[in-house]
Design a protein around this ligand. Structure first.
Ligand code: FAD
Length: 496
């Protein structure tokens, strides 16, 4: 039995993983001691504000009430990503819902060609509901459930803080100190981690959540990175927080904006009391100063006095995520890029998988590590392919960046054949083998049709699904997004 786990790192990855493991062990009636060690001097990355719907299951598994999340992490509801200018002048959505196909996939193809209507608005209700600022859930619905699939925009630092106090209340031991040395046995296993307070911590399993430093798996065990930079060119971000006292948008919207820019793209995320914005770009084409200037120009003069933060990242992953008695989760394991908000999803997936495999690890450690590495590799490949799709289907060639990201050698081999097929037809379920994928047929269709990539044959179009009944029902039954946030804030004020 795994009796003790040391998690090193107190960012979103550390606290989500520690809480998932703790909740799993408590449910199973196990006495596994979980200790989280976090350096008070090394700040967390502080970004990671957009999530995908799986976060609801994760937080529900952890046991954090939804109201607690909304209050403590200043969360707002997210129902889609709105893409702008990925083809110059175009805008389309990648919503979390997808209306059942009216007939067959062939029908979708014919519909697309004949009607020339926006795919997102015809096959999802969420675009129109987002335009009208409708919340995806009403306060009457049980926690973490809504009328439509939804995720959150949230303050990542505040989420980690809330999960820290939640975890401590449930028995996670929390140590504020820095791991300064990782002792490795001749067999290649971690035998202890030493801290700057002179302690040597030992455990059956070590979870490396030290962010890009990867102090255990990278530093201690020497596991190297593989790069995705050939297919994902962005490697920098400049970010800024815009408090509503400085500038308040007309409405707090339920979508992440992903606006293509000359040398990358910019996110725009609405929380309860501020916006978070960030320009993601490639250092091959833009300097840090020029990126910050562009971000400020895009935002306007009210950004003049606000602090900008520069973040460097590399798109890549450790060659193995689990080696011996150490598994890396979050940025310590890898990162693709912020598009499509997959960072926290990777953490959620890892935390749940490790919790499920604890018994396997106790009895068959090598097979467990090999199998875990395989499924995590597959997940990274899946996300890599989907992110690559966003760039390589663009018709933009207006700057050296857009020429480079759309060049033939930037296309993933795995995607190349399917892209040729998708020129003539919409994706089908057979294009996405494997169960329980994060991004499968529905997501690909929203991007490919949004980018006007598919040019299908015209014949015998079926009726376009009629969204109007669903939209008017939802408009009458669901509250305004800001009205539901006001309820949350009233509850928070009453508690204070
Ligand atoms: P960090 O937040 O860096 O935490 C590392 C922790 O390790 C810290 O607590 C630090 O103190 C500790 N530590 C480091 N070294 C030691 C040591 N030697 N001893 C003790 N403690 C140590 N994800 C999303 O899901 N949605 C998004 O919209 C999104 N946007 C992103 C935008 C950018 C530009 C980037 C770079 C990432 C984004 N991500 C996003 C990813 C997301 O931010 C991360 O997946 C998530 O925050 C997890 O980070 P982490 O906990 O692994 O690392």
């Amino acid at each position: 039995m795994v009796k003790s786990i040391v998690v090193v790192g107190g960012g979103s990855a550390g606290w989500i993983t520690a809480n998932l493991l703790n909740a799993h062990c408590r449910r199973a009636g196990r006495q596994t001691q979980i200790t989280l060690v976090e350096s008070p001097d090394i700040p967390t990355i502080g970004v990671g504000e957009a999530t995908v719907p799986s976060i609801r299951r994760t937080l529900s598994d952890i046991g954090l009430p939804e109201q607690e999340l909304l209050i403590s992490a200043e969360a707002t509801f997210k129902t889609l990503i709105r893409y702008k200018n990925w083809n110059l002048g175009d805008s389309y959505d990648h919503p979390f819902d997808r209306r059942r196909r009216p007939l067959t996939d062939g029908a979708v193809r014919r519909w697309t060609a004949q009607n020339n209507l926006p795919f997102d608005r015809s096959f999802s209700a969420l675009s129109q509901l987002a335009d009208n600022h409708i919340s995806p859930k009403s306060p009457r619905q049980p926690q973490y459930q809504g009328a439509f699939p939804y995720a959150y925009h949230l303050d990542a630092i505040k989420l980690a803080n809330r999960l820290a106090s939640f975890g401590r209340e449930r028995g996670i031991q929390h140590k504020l100190c820095k791991v300064t040395d990782v002792k490795v046995s001749p067999e290649g296993l971690i035998s202890a981690v030493h801290t700057d307070q002179g302690e040597a911590l030992t455990a059956d399993l070590y979870v490396d959540c030290t962010g890009f430093r990867a102090a255990l798996l990278g530093g201690g065990l020497g596991v190297k990175m593989k790069s995705f930079a050939k297919h994902l060119l962005c490697n920098r971000a400049v970010t800024m927080r815009i408090p509503y006292e400085v500038y308040k948008p007309e409405r707090i919207v339920t979508y992440t904006q992903a606006i293509a820019r000359d040398h990358g793209w910019q996110w725009d995320i609405n929380l309860q009391t501020r916006r978070g914005i960030g320009y993601v770009y490639s250092s091959d084409f833009l300097s840090e100063d020029a990126a910050e200037t562009a971000l400020r120009q895009n935002e306007g003069p009210h950004s003049d006095g606000l602090e900008a933060r520069h973040i460097r990242f590399t798109s890549g992953k450790r060659l193995v995520s689990w080696k011996g008695n150490c598994v890396a989760v979050g940025l310590a394991d890898g990162f693709l890029e912020p598009l499509e908000s997959s960072g926290l999803y990777l953490v959620e997936f890892a935390g749940r998988a490790i919790a499920t495999m604890l018994d396997d690890f106790a009895t068959a450690p090598q097979a467990t590590a090999r199998y875990y590495n395989r499924i995590v590799d597959e997940l990274y490949d899946e996300i890599l392919g989907f992110l690559n799709l966003h760039y390589v289907t663009s018709k933009r060639r207006d700057t050296p960046f857009w020429q480079a990201v759309t060049a033939d050698d930037a296309i993933l081999d795995d995607l190349r054949d399917r892209l040729e097929l998708w020129k003539r037809r919409s994706p089908t379920e057979f294009d996405f083998p494997g169960a329980d994928r994060l991004f499968a047929q529905d997501s690909y269709e929203f991007i490919l049709h949004g980018m006007k990539y598919v040019d299908g044959p015209v014949s015998g179009a079926p009726a376009v699904p009629d969204m109007s009944a669903l939209i008017s029902k939802s408009r009458s039954e669901l509250p305004d997004h800001e009205a539901i946030l006001a309820l949350v804030q009233r509850a928070a004020a009453a508690r204070a």
